[in-house]
Ligand binder design. Structure first.
Ligand SMILES: Cc1cc2nc3c(=O)[nH]c(=O)nc-3n(C[C@H](O)[C@H](O)[C@H](O)COP(=O)(O)O)c2cc1C
Length: 318
């Protein structure tokens, strides 16, 4: 099995990827959170820093682009090709209302004819490989067979499927059967994504579905940074490792960003890391609401004194 680290806007930025890759093995590809070229063919300074090859050295990175117009996608893809990238990923899954209202992300799934117009242009003119990250459809997993029929007509380098529809966002049941039943008809390599939160769950999935060779994991890896290593090399997360990793990341952010930005990022990460520890529910709430870096430091110092849970990973909110 191969494991990809899913893009998580607000968590898996360049410093995060650098530090994760330096501390933990097992990730075959990292993906940037989406970059979104503007109507004037621009990227923000943050987006340029995100894809800077120097800030992403030492691991395999695939930049992800979100766009509603093929010419904007192609412009960004050619900028990335000029930087030396050989693959870009098209985001067809982002469920956020502000994104889909502009026809981007999962918004591309609302009209298959519109999608075909977009993809015709992209695949006719792209200077590099284009993989796709999609959902099963907008409303109902029954939409997936038609979507796949259309996608099969393009040279999609890899198809990453989040096994939910847009209306589900990241909640409710995934529908792995919708992916598995159509696997033999997929003309491109397929990557499965969705709710593989712990090493145990990944191992069980790999055993039950040997036909899936690659999975993409997001929240599980944000919670347990050693998840891929545990699955692939059988070396579980060690108690002291979490602290070392956390402190390296915290130190890097403190050098790069003002205190409020550091606090925002660390609260988001901290709420994932806390899932790996026993009896952390109260601390998790405190970490999420910490109003200063010193409060945050106190809560995490306390958190790291707790024992690790067996099979540590992400715990979704009920
Ligand atoms: C906070 C957050 C930010 C995300 N940002 C992105 C993104 O920028 N691009 C993308 O394709 N998916 C994004 N996703 C979706 C994840 O990549 C992934 O598909 C989703 O979390 C399901 O996988 P998981 O169950 O392993 O977490 C995001 C999800 C979350 C929760």
């Amino acid at each position: 099995m191969q494991i990809y680290f899913a893009p998580l806007q607000g968590i898996t930025d360049a410093p995060f990827r650098q530090i994760h890759a330096a501390h933990f093995s097992g990730i075959c590809k990292y993906f940037t959170p989406f970059i979104s070229p503007t109507q004037n063919y621009n990227l923000t300074n943050h987006e340029i820093a995100e894809v800077d090859p120097w800030k992403n050295r030492g691991f395999h990175l695939v930049p992800q682009i979100i766009a509603s117009r093929p010419e904007l996608f192609l412009w960004a893809a050619s900028q990335l090709a000029d930087m030396g990238y050989t693959e870009v990923n098209l985001n067809m899954g982002c469920p956020s209302g502000t994104v889909t209202a502009k026809g981007k992300g999962a918004g591309l799934l609302t009209s298959l004819t519109g999608l075909e117009r977009f993809l015709d242009e992209v695949y006719a003119r792209t200077p590099i490989r284009v993989s796709i990250k999609t959902r099963l459809g907008w409303q109902n997993p029954d939409e997936f067979p038609d979507l796949l029929t259309r996608l099969n007509t393009y040279p999609v380098s890899e198809l990453i499927i989040h096994a939910r529809t847009r209306v589900q966002f990241y909640k409710g049941q995934t529908a792995p059967e919708a992916v598995l039943s159509l696997l033999p008809s997929c003309k491109m390599p397929v990557v499965y994504n969705g709710d593989l939160f712990t090493p145990g769950q990944c191992q069980a999935f790999a055993k039950a579905h040997p036909e899936i060779q690659t999975v993409m994991i997001g929240r599980g890896l944000a919670a347990n940074p050693a998840l891929a290593r545990t699955v692939l090399e059988n070396v579980p997360l060690q108690p002291g490792e979490m602290r070392t990793y956390h402190d390296a990341l915290y130190g890097a952010y403190r050098q790069l960003f003002p205190p409020n930005a550091v606090l925002g990022r660390m609260r988001e990460l901290g709420k994932h890391l806390a899932c790996c520890f026993e009896d952390a529910t109260k601390l998790l709430k405190k970490i999420r609401k910490a109003t200063s870096l010193s409060a945050y430091e106190n809560y995490t110092a306390e958190l790291f004194e707790h024992p690790l849970r067996p099979d540590p990973g992400f715990i979704p909110e009920p």
